[in-house]
Design a protein around this ligand. Structure first.
Ligand code: ATP
Ligand code: MG
Length: 442
């Protein structure tokens, strides 16, 4: 992609409304544009990151056996009256009337709708387990929308819903999602710690929030440092092996980790002093088992092996991809800008022509642009007529993992410079070796 033909509205000044670094950097790097209170457009650079995050989420949901669907954003109030939540949900729900004066709402979550789908089709235990998910916009009229896409009113959510014949089976479904989340957050380059979370009026111990540690996080969290060294299950993990799943969950829930609401001073005191980590965190995912809370009032039941009808046991599993993008920036930046983990970087390489218009520089860059593209790299080629200093600043700001810098002196010697954004390390290599060098280091 040639920058001269791209849409990358970089801001020179620090936007005054941005209180935290991810919000500031997302605005400055031309990733998002605020449209109203808590509502944002994703501009091309931001959209590329969001798509990469979503793709990883999808791959890991599918690997764990979930199936993607896409439910509407606008829902009928009738469904929510069936579960009793239409009145309970409160002011966070945006309520709408259509021209026939029917009550509608913009979905803040989809338990009711997915339960309606389930009960319409599934009648036998033989069709279980079932897990359906979608990635769809949600609206919650938050009391305090703030921090950009971190806490917005309209935001993207991946929400999955599991249906099982009984508690044991639904616990296995919960474990699969737990493991899937460990893999998902690791693949986007993050260390997310599963922490015991409040299950509210339903009770039980099956609720975990996945938390990224960051100073600007809105949650106070307490955990054992042991989490920082636990290894995440690999791609060859067998999600159909219930015992293996349970073992992984066991390992990842044994050291102490809790959000403030669930904090237990007694258990905390048992953690060694050198192992205590009290920090701020960002909730990027939340998994929750709630049993028959919706299946019972909404009549979602299947015939069991005993010939009797059973209300299905359910759970729901959320990730906020839009919040996650901001969370990644909170955890990975420096004073010059964003530092994207490879897997979610909007482009792999920023190719910088220090002297656009210079025939030799242009020719060398055209060639590298083509060769890097052919080798499977996403390249953003800065072919604009800005000064070199401005190009370097932009490249650092938007945080692509690699920069390839081409200037007149280098070209005369048949060389380019390669810079690693994260370490700052620079190397001079021959023009012929650029593609090979990046292949070897990435
Ligand atoms: P919070 O406690 O931060 O308000 P929540 O517990 O209400 O979030 P869930 O219902 O668990 O959120 O939603 C699942 C996920 O959706 C969250 O883990 C988070 O990543 C994301 N999310 C929730 N609310 C927002 C929001 N206002 N803006 C962006 N992402 C959000
Ligand atoms: Mg939550």
């Amino acid at each position: 992609m040639r920058l001269s033909q791209y849409f990358l509205p970089i801001l020179k000044e620090n936007p005054r409304e941005a209180e935290i670094v991810s919000h500031r950097l997302m605005l400055r790097a031309g990733m998002i544009r605020q449209q109203g209170q808590g509502s944002f457009t994703w501009l091309p650079l931001g959209k590329r990151v969001l798509d990469k995050v979503n793709r990883i989420i999808r791959e890991e949901q599918d690997r764990a056996g979930a199936h993607e669907i896409l439910m509407p954003t606008i829902q009928s109030a009738e469904l929510w009256r069936e579960s009793g939540r239409y009145d309970d949900y409160g002011k966070e729900m945006l309520r709408i009337k259509d021209r026939q004066n029917r009550d509608l709402l913009y979905g803040p979550t989809n338990e009711e709708m997915v339960t309606e789908i389930f009960r319409s089709y599934v009648k036998s235990y033989k069709d279980l387990p079932l897990n359906l998910y979608h990635i769809q916009w949600k609206f919650r009229d938050e009391v305090r929308p703030r921090f950009g896409v971190m806490r917005s009113r309209e935001f993207l959510m991946k929400d999955a819903y599991s249906f099982d014949i009984d508690y044991e089976a639904s616990k296995a479904a919960y474990n699969r999602m737990f493991v899937s989340y460990l893999r998902t957050f690791t693949r986007v380059g993050m260390k997310a710690i599963p922490m015991r979370a409040d299950t509210g009026p339903i009770g039980g111990d099956l609720s975990h929030e996945f938390i990224i540690l960051a100073e600007t996080g809105e949650s106070q969290v307490f955990c054992d440092k042991a989490y920082l060294d636990l290894t995440v299950p690999g791609a060859d993990t067998d999600f159909r092996d219930d015992a293996a799943m349970a073992e992984i969950v066991q390992r990842w829930t044994t050291p102490y980790a809790a959000t403030e609401e669930m904090h237990d001073e007694g258990a905390w005191n048992a953690v060694g002093d050198g192992d205590k980590l009290a920090a701020r965190g960002i909730e990027v995912g939340h998994i929750f088992h709630f049993g028959e809370k919706y299946s019972k009032p909404m009549g979602a039941k299947v015939q069991g092996p005993d010939g009797k009808e059973h209300f299905v046991s359910m759970g729901s599993y959320g990730i906020g991809p839009s919040r996650l993008v901001a969370g990644i920036i909170e955890a990975s930046h420096d004073e010059n800008g964003i530092i994207w983990p490879d897997a979610v970087a909007p482009f792999d390489v920023g190719l910088i022509n220090m002297k656009s218009g210079d025939a030799a520089c242009d020719a060398a860059c055209d060639r590298l642009h083509a060769e890097l593209g052919a080798s499977g790299r996403d390249v953003l080629y800065d072919d604009t007529d800005s000064r070199a200093g401005g190009k370097f600043a932009t490249a650092d700001l938007i945080g692509l993992p690699w920069q390839v810098i081409v200037g007149p002196r280098g070209v005369a010697a048949n060389e380019a410079e390669i810079k690693n954004r994260k370490t700052g390390e620079r190397r001079t290599v021959s023009l012929d070796a650029v593609v090979r060098e990046l292949g070897a280091t990435a």
